[in-house]
Design a protein. Sequence first.
Lengths: 112, 112
Amino acid sequence: GQNIDQPTEMTATEGAIVQINCTYQTSGFNGLFWYQQHAGEAPTFLSYNVLDGLEEKGRFSSFLSRSKGYSYLLLKELQMKDSASYLCAVRVKSDSWGKLQFGAGTQVVVTP
Amino acid sequence: DTAVSQTPKYLVTQMGNDKSIKCEQNLGHDTMYWYKQDSKKFLKIMFSYNNKELIINETVPNRFSPKSPDKAHLNLHINSLELGDSAVYFCASSQDPLGWRYFGPGTRLLVL
């Protein structure tokens, strides 16, 4: 099976930077996704890493180190609307199909 | 304009009843999924269909039966509902089994 660990909750102030770490242990690793989920809403796709390194997308960046089984999501210039749960998900490829395993999510609280 | 839609949005029912949730996607995707998100916010894969063929069937009680009449629709029928079935059920789709998931708005099921 897969173990995916991320912190339960993080608090930061508006305008600051927050880094959400995700560690995983898996076989057949085939990519890592980050999703954002606001309370009562569906998860929405944020970023995807399959090779080592940093992917930048506006205020959000995601980093992957496959050898360390480690990823982080960096949120810059925090805004109140960034208060949400951030889900780390590992894709595992078995046969021809990909299965996505989700972590429990990190609740980010942005304060004024 | 809705990409992935689910009905109903809310479902409150008694133990022992049978209920269905419907899902439709207009993205032209080949792959559709059912996920369950429990009170602890874990998002777990239940089923996946690719071009109407079942490709992932996790350890789910056989009271849950998915049906895909065509690749744009994936319905979920639940027999003999139990208290533990209370959760949010998300339908999702992706271009192929390796693609990122596009989630529907969720169906909040409460079994009394």
